[in-house]
Design a protein around this ligand. Structure first.
Ligand code: NOJ
Length: 737
């Protein structure tokens, strides 16, 4: 049949067009039934799994990561520069996993010429007791990861502050399992709301950095379930993270990353966790044992989950079903988080201004007013001169180190030309001095570096008010041997306070610190590491543009002698000139040593309450520029809820964090209370509100080792309500059944 000329011409044109020609030559694209979004993540994962070769399955359970490349390893072409990458399966449309450390913001941005927002410490976010702020925290991280081309956060630290000297406390949400679990759960939700996979870590009982890769932690299962594991249980329930990172330490003789009880029994069977377990970096020790115990991914490296795992599967030492389960868990997490349907689009511009505003909001809710004799808020009308002293407050604000280190825009504010080094503090360009000056344009504001207490005292004496900044650098890989501020800063504060009765101390610390000068100063603010907008946030609280609302998520002890363990397990205390070092120290040990956490659940406020010790500042404590009163408690025992009236009795609007504590029946043998619920309540001056708080049932449950299950004891529970763990004006006895 003769074709009309026009049609012939069109065909000739089509054949001459290279793209179309090539397309025609290609086999038609294979159908990808797993891209049907009406199927569940599990169904979709199984459809992919059925297509994978053994080699491809092995490829998906290990990857490459930071550190020197091993012989024969090369960086994949699509590598995004993060802590880890697991190469995907392009033929099936499965992208590579691009993992980034992002505890307090996205790490390693600068080497890729990118920007990342530094958020306040996670401990600070916990001090806001605000789930929305925690969600926003995760949202900033998820949003910026996405813009930078990452599809997984490996943040989500929730190890409890069992020891207040732990070097990573600024990455963790405090000492209470409920507050910590709720905080991290909402952070993870915020990350994953951006179509980026979240993570929770370090599973589990990784509560000290000293000897972290060898320490062998012992604790009865009951205590573990009611403390550290409860934080994970709640965090996982709320956040549903794509992965759980197992930790470096041993638990009862087995490495956490090959601990059958932790990974299979508790996490996967009991909690029915559907995602995958990824090892902390280089925390995989074996192939068969780890695979059978429940580890799903070795990171980074292939010496266990590369060829050796392939051989173990071929020889039947590890059943194919187990390998399939590892891969299934990864794929179902990828589908659930949306990283296959909505992959991140790298090189989108991060919005630094939005990040800064969000960081400032969180910082303003997180800073805790610990003491105020009436000096605060500062009134610009009455101030002619201010002395600002110490902690490089003229240049910037300190950040926490280790794998949580975020790169400062423009480099370290103290010396931009100096490359940032592990173990050395990085300051961010949010100089408090500048923002203090903005509040008092007509006053004289002078700065003294604080290195010579006598010179600082001279400046303080000449000023109406002295504001002393004190900081404490903390980082992964080491702990603080003591609770003291380093670098002679206690002496500095004493000298300044002796020279000026209106001395206010601002603490920029990773951890709680002791305060031998507490009775000499007029005011104290704990600002944690307050992030990229820390300077503005501090100034806003000092001058009352923001009324403080943060409350301590961790107990401040007067001295180490009051802690469950006066010394940290495994720390030699012989490092600096044979004496006691005062600063963060890294002690990497080779020999395993035991850590018997005999205090069990009794650490933090539970320790101080049960031992009847007076803390320096109690868990849940924090002042405001207004005052509140609590009246009219009613307990709805069956509904596990309490109702009361909260009144703002002062002259300023404010936000109170009302807390509910429960003491278990006598049969529990417990002589302390547990936090069981709270609410942030905003009240205008003079206003009152009826507040109802629903309690978390696991907070007043008891774990029975015999039944291997939670149970609720019969008997009388004491429910009390107030503004801190030590101030609970309302109390009722009830059955709570
Ligand atoms: C080791 C740290 O413990 C972990 O938190 C981090 O995610 C990895 N290194 C990767 O940097």
């Amino acid at each position: 049949m003769l074709l009309p000329l026009r049609k012939l011409f069109t065909i000739a044109l089509l054949l001459a067009t290279p793209g179309i020609n090539a397309q025609k030559a290609k086999a038609p694209a294979a159908p990808k039934p797993w891209m049907d979004t009406s199927l569940s993540p599990d169904q979709r994962a199984d459809l992919v799994l059925a297509q994978l070769t053994l080699a491809e399955k092995i490829q998906l359970v290990h990857g490459i990561g930071w550190g020197p490349l091993r012989a024969g390893e090369s960086v994949p072409a699509d590598n995004n520069g993060g802590a880890g990458e697991v190469v995907g399966i392009p033929r099936l449309g499965i992208p590579s996993l691009q993992q980034a450390d992002s505890a307090v913001g996205v790490r390693m941005a600068a080497p890729q010429s990118r920007y990342a927002t530094l958020l306040p410490s996670v401990l600070g976010a916990a001090a806001s007791w605000d789930s929305e702020a925690a969600h926003l925290y995760g949202d900033v991280i998820g949003r910026e990861l996405r813009a930078q081309g990452y599809n997984q956060s490996i943040g989500g630290g929730v190890n409890l502050a069992r020891d207040p000297r732990n070097g990573r406390l600024f990455e963790y949400p405090g000492e209470d399992p409920l507050l910590a679990g709720v905080t991290v759960g909402h952070v993870i939700q915020g990350v994953q709301a951006n179509g980026v996979m979240g993570d929770i870590k370090h599973f589990a009982l990784n509560d000290q950095e000293t000897g972290r890769t060898v320490v062998d932690v012992h604790m009865p299962h009951k205590a573990a379930r009611e403390s550290d594991l409860l934080a994970f249980e709640i965090g996982i329930r709320i956040g549903q993270p794509a992965s759980v990172m197992c930790s470096y330490n041993k638990v009862d003789g087995d490495w956490a990353c090959e601990n059958e009880w932790l990974l299979s029994h508790v996490l996967k069977q009991d909690w029915k966790y559907p995602g995958f377990v990824v090892s902390d970096w280089e925390a995989t020790h074996t192939t068969v044992k780890a695979a059978l115990a429940g580890l799903d991914m070795q990171m980074p490296g292939d010496e266990h989950f590369g060829k050796p795992l392939e051989q173990a599967v071929t020889s039947g030492q590890v059943p194919m079903a187990r390998l399939d389960n590892m891969v299934h868990r990864l794929l179902r997490s990828m589908f659930a988080a949306g990283v296959i349907d909505r992959p991140p689009t790298p090189r989108t511009v991060v919005d630094p201004f939005r990040g800064r505003d969000d960081a400032q909001h969180i910082a303003e809710e997180s800073i805790v007013l610990l003491k105020n004799n009436g000096t605060l808020p500062l009134n610009p009308q009455n101030l002619h001169s201010i002395a600002v002293i110490g902690a490089h407050a003229d240049r910037g604000i300190m950040s926490g180190g280790g794998s949580a280190q975020v790169d400062a825009p423009g480099g370290n504010a103290l010396d931009p030309s100096r490359p940032s080094k592990w173990g050395e503090p990085v300051y961010f360009p949010s100089a408090p001095l500048r923002y203090i000056r903005e509040h008092v344009p007509d006053a004289t504001v002078r700065f003294d570096p604080g290195t010579d207490p006598a010179s600082a005292a001279r400046l303080a004496k000449s000023a109406d008010v002295a504001i002393v900044f004190a900081d404490q650098y903390m980082s992964e890989g080491g702990d603080a041997p003591t609770l003291s501020l380093p670098n002679n800063q206690d002496a500095l504060i004493r000298a300044v306070a002796a020279a000026n009765p209106h001395t206010v101390v601002i603490l920029i610390t990773g951890n709680p610190v002791s305060m031998p000068w507490v009775n000499q100063v007029a005011g104290i603010l704990e600002a944690w590491y307050p992030g990229i907008a820390g300077g503005q946030a501090i100034a806003n609280l000092l001058f009352g543009s923001v009324n403080p609302s943060g409350k301590l998520p961790i107990t401040f002890a007067k001295s180490e002698a009051d802690l469950p363990h006066a010394r940290i397990f495994g720390m030699s205390y012989q490092i600096a000139n044979g004496g006691l070092p005062e600063h963060w120290i890294s002690e990497n040990k080779r020999e395993s040593f035991p850590a018997n956490y005999t205090e069990g659940v009794r650490f933090g406020y539970k320790w101080f309450d049960s031992e009847d010790k007076e803390p320096l500042f109690a868990f849940g404590y924090g002042l405001s520029y207004t005052t509140y009163s609590y009246t009219g408690l009613k307990v709805n025992a069956a509904g596990h809820a309490v109702t009361f009236t909260l009144t703002n009795t002062g002259k300023r609007d404010g936000t109170e964090i009302s807390q509910v504590y429960v003491q278990l029946p006598l049969a529990s043998g417990e002589n302390f209370r547990r936090l069981a619920g709270w609410q942030r309540v905003s009240l205008k001056a003079g206003e009152n509100k009826t507040v109802t708080i629903t309690l978390e049932p696991l907070a007043f449950a008891s774990f029975s080792e015999q039944k291997d299950a939670w149970q609720w004891l019969d008997g009388e529970y004491v429910v009390s309500v107030g503004g801190s763990s030590r101030s609970r004006p309302l109390e009722r006895k009830t059955s709570l059944r």
